[in-house]
Design a protein around this ligand. Structure first.
Ligand code: GCW
Length: 717
């Protein structure tokens, strides 16, 4: 019999449930939460500021700015304040391009104005007014987001003078999204691009995507997989892509597509795709013209060629420059760019895979047309948990190079491990190539200052999908956010980025921020310890890459196996990349070489990347190699447990929904850390033939169990 509730009790339950639901947070709003400003937090000051706003001008970007302030005010004050917008400069917040500001303001800002670049902005507080100005519409939008961020993180307003300019011109996302909406190496659901409903239905998520990206300065996106489908270049899909471009345009984001090298053959039955063939060149020229009819500000092509089965100029005995220039020539009349990936390697080339891109591209330096940028992954292999920087950085003074980072965590725990990628990127960006002596950092290659590049760009492989919170793991939103901030300024302070993100996304409570930030900043070395300590690499499971697989061997391609890379035997372990081995080290400048060629001196983080070491070799830590490896795996597991226990202290300090999702993912992380440790140590122990140090826990299962462990339907492939 159904139970009848007495009215007051029913009411109480309803109120309780509503309260509960209201405090839940599914994370959809990312770092643009605009969380309520509590009374004690200078609410009055913020209220008066945001109730009175001048936005001078009427472009779609100006409209976007108005909408953003409206949204922000709704969030901050829960409807109690609704901004009044003025068209003149009288508002307490005054947003207008330099040329639109009254003369008196232009004079007052005269000292700062020359510092503002094309995409930059100035925020200036004068008397009781806050002025946001820029030379371009997009600069105004960036400045507006910066002002809103200042409020979100509750920074002080007095004497505000902020001049910001991006250090890299093109700050991009690469989606590895297929037209059927699966996402290669995507762990957060399906592709957000709903091709089937486009162009007629514009999902709100596209607009929120544009807002989120603009808020961190991302100004370019390539929406299709580099393992490309030529169909996207046909009218049916171009019309759909154009609809996306229309949404992104007011937010200053240019759309790019991936070009399949064999498209002329696949789409129009040309007998060849040879880059030097006149008919092929004419085909691409006509295709470019057609694309620009749909998307007048089309950004250009991202291309994966001659790699992992993708067609390319090699098929015709041509060089990578011939291939890139073919497309560059077609895009040139419209100002389009070609991002040509250097991730080129072949199982038929006997050389160490990590050397192949350099061998192929270095001799082509200066042979690319001036609208080509060569896109280089951060390391010479493939987004491993830790790699030395790619030797091409610093080695191509006459060809603009751009960075490709992977924001999605193909090799770093996929959707359930919490690891702050900003720490990894910082290591790479700050690495010194010594191309022009001390201080020739990778970030100076990217910002163009080292070689005076005519184009500068950076990209990150997106980690988002249809999951309600965009990224699967709530903490993986931080990677998207940090990527944007570091693309804007590769020297940005990662601690400050983490702090801003936590405050904007979760809570400004200092106790919460300091504990959560500490977890974030320590997470990266922890994950490296339990996956690939001491420079180990490519020891994950085959194909889907989830979990350990140091035993992976044989099959179609040696360079896709673990044994090719770790080379473990009873004598030792590691890939000799010194002069006595593959000599990959010769691709680096002498100062770098010197740091790494001596096994006694090299950072232990890179030891087995460059050296083959005997198991009982004593390292400078006092441990043998075997002991050190085992202890690092153990340290990683303990680190993951520490993350879990630190997070548990934050119960009640953030909304329950995200708190418990992170807590449950940390459970997975701890158990997978143990899995990595046990599987790898049992496997390597066969060669080391020594017992585990006493500080290392005994494995839960035997090696056969781990090697036979069945995994089904791992996402992302
Ligand atoms: O990391 C590897 C991935 C492939 C990917 C390739 C690439 C898009 O395993 O899934 O393909 O790199 O970067 O081209």
């Amino acid at each position: 019999m159904p139970v009848r509730l007495a009215k007051p009790l029913f009411g109480f339950i309803l109120v309780f449930l509503c309260g509960f639901v209201a405090s839940a947070n599914d994370g959809y709003k990312l770092w643009l939460q605009y969380a309520r400003i509590e009374r004690h937090e200078d609410a009055h000051f913020y209220q008066s500021l945001l109730s009175d706003i001048s936005v001078i001008g009427h472009s779609p970007t100006h409209e976007a700015i108005r909408r953003e302030f409206q949204l922000a005010a709704e969030g901050f004050f829960r409807g109690s304040v609704s901004p009044r917008f003025h068209a003149d400069a009288s508002g307490k917040v005054c947003i207008g391009k330099v040329e639109d500001l009254p003369d008196s303001l232009q004079e007052a800002l005269a000292a700062q104005l020359p510092e503002i670049g094309d995409q930059g902005y100035l925020i200036f507080s004068k008397d009781t007014q806050v002025i946001v100005t820029a030379k371009s519409d997009i600069g105004l939008l960036y400045g507006s987001f910066a002002l809103l961020k200042t409020i979100q993180v509750r920074e002080r307003f007095d004497e505000l003078v902020i001049v910001e300019n991006p250090k890299i011109q093109t700050r991009m996302l690469n989606h590895w999204d297929n037209l059927n909406r699966t996402v290669e190496r995507g762990y957060a659901g399906f592709s957000i691009w709903n091709w089937h409903r486009l162009p007629h239905h514009i999902d709100q998520q596209y607009i929120d995507y544009a807002r989120a990206n603009a808020s961190i300065g991302i100004n370019a996106t390539s929406i299709t997989n580099v393992n490309a489908n030529a169909l996207v270049l046909t009218p049916i899909y171009l019309e759909k892509a154009a609809a996306i471009a229309d949404v992104l345009r007011p937010y200053g984001i240019k759309l790019y597509l991936t070009a399949r090298f064999s498209a002329p053959m696949e789409l129009d039955k040309l007998p060849t795709a040879d880059p030097l063939d006149a008919a092929v060149r004419a085909w691409w020229a006509a295709k470019a013209k057609e694309i620009y009819r749909y998307i007048p500000d089309f950004g250009g092509f991202v291309v994966k060629a001659d790699s992992e089965g993708q067609p390319g100029p090699h098929n015709y005995g041509r060089t990578q420059a011939d291939g890139a220039n073919l497309l560059a020539e077609a895009l040139k009349p419209y100002g389009g760019l070609v991002m040509w990936r250097a991730f080129v390697y072949s199982e038929n080339t006997p050389t160490d895979r990590t050397k192949q891109a350099y061998d192929e591209f270095k001799p082509l330096d200066g042979k690319f047309l001036d609208n080509v940028i060569v896109q280089v992954k951060n390391g010479p292999l493939d987004f491993q948990p830790r790699e030395p920087f790619h030797p091409l950085f610093g080695a191509m003074p006459n060809t603009p190079l751009m960075m490709e980072f992977q924001i999605t965590k193909e090799y770093l725990g996929q959707d359930t491990h919490w690891v702050n990628l900003a720490s990894l990127w910082k290591e790479v960006l700050q690495a010194d190539t010594y191309a022009k002596g001390l201080g020739s950092t990778v970030s100076k290659v990217l910002d163009g200052s080292l070689h005076d590049y005519n184009h500068t760009a950076i990209t990150g492989v997106a980690n988002i999908g249809t999951d309600r919170n965009w990224t699967g793991h709530p903490m993986a939103q931080a990677d998207w956010y940090s990527y944007g901030r570091m693309a804007w300024d590769p020297t940005a302070d990662t601690e400050k980025i983490a702090e801003d993100w936590l405050k904007m996304t979760f809570a400004t409570d200092p106790a919460f921020v300091s504990t959560a930030k500490n977890i974030m900043l320590k997470s990266y070395p922890i994950v490296v310890d339990y996956m690939t300590p001491l420079g180990l690499h490519h020891i994950m499971a085959r194909s889907h890459h989830w979990g350990p697989g140091p035993w992976v061997t044989g099959g179609r391609r040696d360079d896709w196996t673990a044994t090719y890379y770790h080379r473990a035997s009873q004598e030792g372990i590691g890939f000799d990349r010194t002069a006595s081995g593959s000599n990959a080290l010769e691709q680096y400048f002498p100062e770098v070489r010197r740091q790494w060629e001596d096994p006694e001196k090299i950072s232990l983080d890179y030891l087995l990347w460059f050296h083959r070491i005997a198991w009982d070799k004593k390292l400078r830590t006092g441990n043998t190699l075997w002991e050190e490896m085992a202890l690092r795996y153990q340290r990683g597991v303990e680190g993951a447990r520490w993350m879990q226990s630190e997070w548990s202290t934050l119960d009640g300090k953030v909304d329950e929904e995200r708190f418990s999702q992170v807590a449950s993912f940390l459970k997975i992380q701890v158990s997978e850390a143990e899995w990595w440790r046990d599987a790898c140590l049992l496997y390597f122990q066969q060669f080391a033939q020594q017992p585990l140090p006493t500080a290392v826990e005994r494995p839960k299962e035997d090696l056969a169990y781990y090697m036979g462990f069945k995994r089904f339907f791992v996402p992302g492939i």
